[in-house]
Design a binder for this molecule. Structure first.
Ligand code: FES
Ligand code: FES
Length: 165
């Protein structure tokens, strides 16, 4: 038995090897986080661990012990407003993951170039909303305060968030 903190709520998990995604979706009934590929590729399952985007389908729940897990239901961010402004979602399936990843990008880089966005936003979208995602990220970036003392590009190690890092 382990205990996780998901959106500020304590949750007990019997089997520490359970993928974090299943704890979120099946146990917590937080269905905004989606199951896509199940192998850490598509990004539909992206959540934050201590503010960093991670792919929860390939993360054992035990990985999240002692970390703040945040799902799309726990987010209230300017990125979401930009998504609405630019009417980004089509079918919507990938969009929770896209937003969680975009927040991760903007929390480390407040002036992302097209190249920065392309390298960080590795989430897949079968509806090909990539141009709108890029526009929404740039709008959100303009609405966020600058990072203290930082004109550095995003940490390259954060460039392709994957589970298990
Ligand atoms: S479901 Fe595709 S990366 Fe997790
Ligand atoms: S909006 Fe349909 S998969 Fe991205």
């Amino acid at each position: 038995m382990i205990e996780l903190q998901i959106n500020g709520q304590a949750v007990q998990v019997d089997d520490p090897s359970t993928p974090l995604l299943w704890v979120i979706r099946e146990q917590m009934k937080l269905t905004g986080t989606k199951y896509g590929c199940g192998i850490g590729v598509c990004g539909a399952c992206t959540v934050h661990l201590n503010g960093k985007p991670k792919r929860s389908c390939v993360l054992p729940a035990s990985t999240a012990v002692g970390q703040a897990v945040t799902t799309i239901e726990g987010v209230n961010h300017v990125v979401q407003e930009a998504w609405i402004t630019h009417r980004v979602p089509q079918c919507g399936y990938c969009q929770s993951g896209q937003i969680m990843t975009a927040i991760g990008l903007l929390e480390s880089n407040r002036a992302p170039s097209d190249a920065d966005i392309s390298s960080y936003m590795t989430n897949l979208c079968r509806c090909a909303t990539y141009d709108r995602i890029r526009a929404a990220i740039k709008t959100a970036a303009q609405q966020m305060p600058p990072l203290p003392g930082s004109k550095l590009p995003a940490d390259p190690e954060e460039g392709a968030p994957k589970g298990g890092e």
